[in-house]
Design a protein around this ligand. Structure first.
Ligand SMILES: *[C@@H]1O[C@H](CO)[C@@H](O)[C@H](O)[C@H]1NC(C)=O
Ligand SMILES: *[C@@H]1O[C@H](CO)[C@@H](O)[C@H](O)[C@H]1NC(C)=O
Ligand SMILES: *[C@@H]1O[C@H](CO)[C@@H](O)[C@H](O)[C@H]1NC(C)=O
Ligand SMILES: *[C@@H]1O[C@H](CO)[C@@H](O)[C@H](O)[C@H]1NC(C)=O
Ligand SMILES: *[C@@H]1O[C@H](CO)[C@@H](O)[C@H](O)[C@H]1NC(C)=O
Length: 478
């Protein structure tokens, strides 16, 4: 019996290893105009990406993933956590969003993310009471539905759930939530679920002007942090090992850790630029491919999900203007900089999205014949409130435009996001439509995506169907 069990475990382990191999990406969908999910899935496949992490379990996204060999982490948004403290609701969620896709040729769901960074200090504790009960209910509902061995519930946590007064080896869970974190990690351990952490070297740099720039990357050059026998030369390792130490402090130093988000933005801040992103990913991907691990977990394969796949122009910019520029692809599925996802350092542009449908080649710009400029500021503000002007800020790709250039940029962003409706290029007579490309230098005046046909035709098709029915009944009555 004993040895038989061992073989099964080993087989299981092999399978597990097989499944977790390779790199994942975060596929967020907070963009006003989106690439069709099928186009995105094709793009994932063209680039050999076999794992995605979602922020919900949207039916259209899941349908596009069905039948592929892409492994999926589905998610329950924070605002649904309170509902999941009810076991029946959790069971229902699992039925609707997990069991539903469990057929041959369905979706390969591997994890359920319960919430997204629910313990961020900036949430003022709003999700402290609900996260753990929701996690327990979802994990138990997965077990009840027969997925106990194959699908695990985890909670993607921001790195501010732990800290260290000094060096990584002194890592511990944040004092205000240490008891809660201990219960959660014990629960992960009981269920064979991993700890999921989001690590952002960019944010270390963004938050602290004195942060040594080279320490954010993986190519040395900074003064190491000395921690006993260990010398840390990059903040990713130091951060990861602070977590390992925090886990060790509660007796679970070997709990599996996956990195739910890691990446570098390309616009919206002086340090958010393509050259830095290229440098960051180049270092990160090489070490991941070499299974280098970290000083406290050497020679291990770390499961990692890059953040993110595509730029999202509807994200909140409360954390910073860079928030809308995390994609390794632009809004339209064009690659931004060379990289090698296999970590061999053969950096070249990734395969772009195929058959992308754009709006016509028309831009909305400042009208140089406009007489009254007194309302220019107000109109720029209006345009930027309802579109994305984060590229205009200090240190960004369009920061060197003059006032009229600023106006043109803002008007165009609004016009594009509105689907180039003529009435969206008026701005009290200050704007005009042109077929001339106003892009200059690093500043791209974009043409937006045509909305996906399914979104467009379905209300129309419904309308026609209703009309046919009405006409049919009318002719019957005649
Ligand atoms: C789960 O499925 C339901 C029913 O299809 C859907 O309304 C809901 O949005 C899904 N949940 C998430 C988090 O996407
Ligand atoms: C948290 O509290 C601060 C200050 O009291 C407030 O400005 C902020 O809006 C709150 N955030 C949330 C998510 O409730
Ligand atoms: C969490 O629960 C405690 C005790 O039941 C309560 O005092 C506290 O107000 C709750 N906090 C939130 C954010 O709901
Ligand atoms: C252009 O817009 C940006 C962002 O709103 C602003 O910081 C900058 O001062 C503007 N430049 C000019 C010349 O008006
Ligand atoms: C506009 O010009 C820029 C730079 O010259 C170019 O990169 C971009 O592709 C052009 N846009 C369109 C829609 O042709």
């Amino acid at each position: 019996m004993g040895s038989c069990k061992l073989v099964i475990c080993f087989l299981f382990f092999e399978m597990f290893w097989c499944w977790t191999e390779g790199l994942g990406v975060n596929w967020g969908t907070m963009a006003v105009r989106q690439l069709p999910p099928k186009t995105v899935v094709q793009m994932l496949q063209d680039n050999g990406i076999k794992k995605v992490k979602l922020f919900d379990a949207d039916f259209n996204t899941m349908s596009a993933l069905a039948g592929t060999d892409i492994e999926v982490m589905v998610a329950i948004p924070n605002d649904m956590l309170a509902i999941m403290t009810d076991y029946d609701a959790a069971k229902d969620w699992v039925k609707r969003n997990v069991t539903r896709y469990n057929w041959d040729g369905g979706v390969k769901i591997k994890y359920v993310a319960v919430g997204n960074e629910p313990f961020l200090s900036s949430y003022n504790g709003s999700f402290l009471n609900v996260t753990f009960p929701a996690l327990q209910n979802i994990q138990n509902a997965l077990i009840d539905a027969g997925f106990g061995d194959t699908i695990k519930a985890t909670v993607p946590l921001n790195a501010d759930v732990y800290n260290s007064p000094s060096v990584p080896s002194a890592g511990q869970f944040r004092t205000d939530i240490s008891e809660l974190m201990t219960q959660i990690v014990q629960f992960f351990n009981q269920n064979g679920a991993p700890f999921t952490v989001n690590i952002y070297p960019f944010l270390s740099l963004y938050a602290d002007v004195h942060f040594p720039v080279d320490f954010a990357f993986f190519d040395g050059g900074s003064t190491p942090i000395v921690d006993g026998q260990i010398q840390y030369t990059n903040v990713f390792d130091a951060n990861f090992d602070t977590l390992v130490s925090a886990l060790k402090a509660v007796g679970l130093g070997n709990l599996p850790i996956i990195v739910g988000e890691v990446g570098w933005p390309t616009d919206g801040d002086i340090n958010a630029k393509a050259s830095y992103a290229e440098r960051f990913y180049n270092g990160l991907l090489k070490r991941l491919a070499a299974n280098q691990g970290t000083p406290l977990r050497p020679n291990t394969n770390i499961e990692v999900y890059l953040f993110g796949l595509i730029d999202e122009d509807a994200k909140s910019i409360a954390p910073g203007a860079f928030e809308r520029h995390w994609g390794i692809f632009r809004y339209d599925g064009q690659p931004k900089f060379p990289m090698d996802l296999s970590g061999q350092g053969q950096n070249k542009l990734l395969v772009a999205a195929k058959n992308v449908q754009y709006l016509p080649q028309k831009w909305c710009v400042f009208n140089p014949n406009a007489k009254d400029l007194s309302k220019l500021g107000d109109n720029i503000n209006y345009a930027c409130t309802f579109s994305d002007c984060t590229s205009l800020g200090y240190g960004s790709t369009c920061s060197n435009l003059d006032t009229q250039g600023n106006a043109s940029y803002a008007f165009n962003m609004y016009f594009q996001v509105q689907g180039q409706k003529e009435l969206s290029c008026v701005f009290e007579g200050l704007a005009m439509i042109t077929t001339q490309n106003y892009s200059q230098g690093t500043c791209d005046f974009i043409i937006q995506l045509a909305s996906s046909p399914s979104l467009r035709t379905s209300p129309f098709v419904m309308f026609v169907l209703v009309l046919i029915v009405i006409l049919f009944f009318q002719s019957e009555q005649l």
